[in-house]
Design a protein around this ligand. Structure first.
Ligand code: LLP
Length: 422
């Protein structure tokens, strides 16, 4: 459930008409709803009430400081994958003791930063990484608390580009080598093994792959304990999907049951890394119709938002529901159209032959479920400035990231002296 709904004939974010924000902020812009963020966090964490658990919001899904801070206030921890994300989490007020550091390519200075602030756990993805972390920690006279991310070789049944738990994927250590890798790592100075980590993919709409992976992890924890390791932490990753196109994913409660069924009685702290589930449906991208063009074969609705602002349709064939800001009435004409942006490539297509209420230039539309992997994946392709982000809370809103000026974008480049016009 989210807090974007029609009232008085137009689409609102909580108690504010999106058209009013558009008038003041300009389009395109991302708009997030505090009430929705809070609700999703509470529903997810509620599935583990009374369980020794830590919900580490996956900052990569939406790293706006105001979004992280909203979740930090509810007690969220953070899953980060770079020093930049780690700094964001800390600045938003998440204590280091609730932060896990994931990612396949951590650099020594990132490890050093994490060790200095004292994060809860490094999720280590390879033996070379464990060795570098050991060297960095030893040099600093510190101990890095680690879990290895294991690759359980299960099919997450999601889009190939966001499936991570098959043996062919770059993530985690190979299942058949886990035993040896733990034994070797236990001998490394500056390293304390405390857990096991798994993350099989994103936008999963079926519980079975989770169940398979979690059961395998359960067996693994028992085996590692038999081999003498003190496993106190099990990180089960993120990945629970959201309803983009009408497919209803499992509820957090049923996901929780699968997790607890596998791991509930193992005497470990359970760590979860949800991203999309928390922020996905808490955000929309609002855009204005620039032109409506009758092509030779079809109608094109040309928007002022483009693939550089929301890349999911181009990159993952992602479906985003499109609402007109004006509420359609019973006699509104519904017509199929290709919804596209102004960027100069055919991939800049948000939807093909989508049935939409008839729109005219100047009308506003909202892409739903755009809170996760939207603004964070934006670029300035075609020298289009990153779009602003707005956070609504009841009947108030704040711009939580400004639209940069074109001057600021041009200023990022420098021209070498040999090109000076004397
Ligand atoms: N933990 C790890 C280690 C991850 O790699 C990810 C996502 C998460 C947690 C959070 O997963 P979530 O709960 O959000 O599914 N840009 C793509 C999604 C990429 C996901 C990357 N990793 C998209 O727009 O669909």
């Amino acid at each position: 459930m989210d807090h974007f709904s029609y009232k008085n004939g137009e689409l609102y974010a909580e108690d504010l008409p999106l058209a009013k924000i558009a008038e003041e902020v300009g389009t395109p812009f991302y708009c997030y709803s505090t009430a929705t963020l809070e609700r999703h966090y509470k529903v997810f964490s509620g599935a583990f009430e009374g369980v020794n658990s830590l919900v580490c919001y996956a900052v990569k899904a939406n790293s706006n400081l105001a979004v992280i801070k909203t979740l930090a206030r509810l007690g969220a921890g953070a899953d980060v994958v770079s020093e930049g994300e780690l700094r964001r989490a800390l600045e938003a007020g998440i204590p280091p003791s609730k932060i896990v550091f994931s990612g396949v390519g951590k650099r020594p200075w990132e490890m050093e930063f994490g060790l200095n602030v004292g994060i809860h756990q490094f999720n280590v993805e390879s033996e070379p990484e464990a060795k570098v972390l050991s060297e960095v920690a030893t040099r600093m006279g510190k101990t890095a608390k680690i879990a290895f991310r294991v690759n359980p070789d299960v099919d997450a049944k999601t889009h190939a580009k966001i499936s991570t738990g098959k043996a062919e994927n770059k993530f985690g250590v190979p299942w058949q080598d886990v035993s040896r890798i733990y034994a070797d790592a236990a001998k490394l100075p500056g390293i304390e093994i405390q857990g096991v980590d798994v993350h099989i993919g994103s936008q999963l709409t079926d519980l079975e792959p989770f169940d398979n992976a979690f059961q395998r992890v359960r067996e693994l924890v028992l085996q590692l304990r038999r081999e003498g390791h003190n496993i106190t932490q099990v990180d089960l990753g993120g990945g629970l999907g959201i309803p983009y196109d009408g497919t209803i994913p499992p509820t957090p409660t049923s996901y929780g049951n699968v997790a607890l069924n596998a791991m509930g009685n193992m005497g470990v702290q359970l760590i979860f890394e949800p991203g999309r589930l928390i922020v996905g449906n808490a955000g929309v991208l609002v855009s204005e119709v620039i032109y409506v063009k009758e092509g030779a074969e079809r109608k094109f609705v040309i928007l002022d938002a483009a693939m550089n602002d929301l890349i999911r349709p181009a990159m993952y064939d992602g479906y985003h529901h499109i609402d007109t800001i004006k509420e359609p009435s019973a006699d509104t004409v519904i017509e199929p159209a290709d919804v596209v942006g102004p960027v100069c490539e055919t991939g800049d297509t948000f939807a093909k032959a989508r049935d939409l209420p008839r729109v005219d230039p100047g009308d506003l539309v909202a892409f739903r479920s755009a809170g996760a992997y939207g603004a964070v994946m934006a670029s300035t392709y075609n020298t289009r400035p990153l779009v602003p982000e707005v956070l609504v809370n009841g009947d108030q809103y704040a711009i939580v990231r400004e639209r940069p000026s074109l001057e600021a974008i041009l200023d990022l480049d420098t021209v070498p002296s040999w090109l000076d016009d004397d």
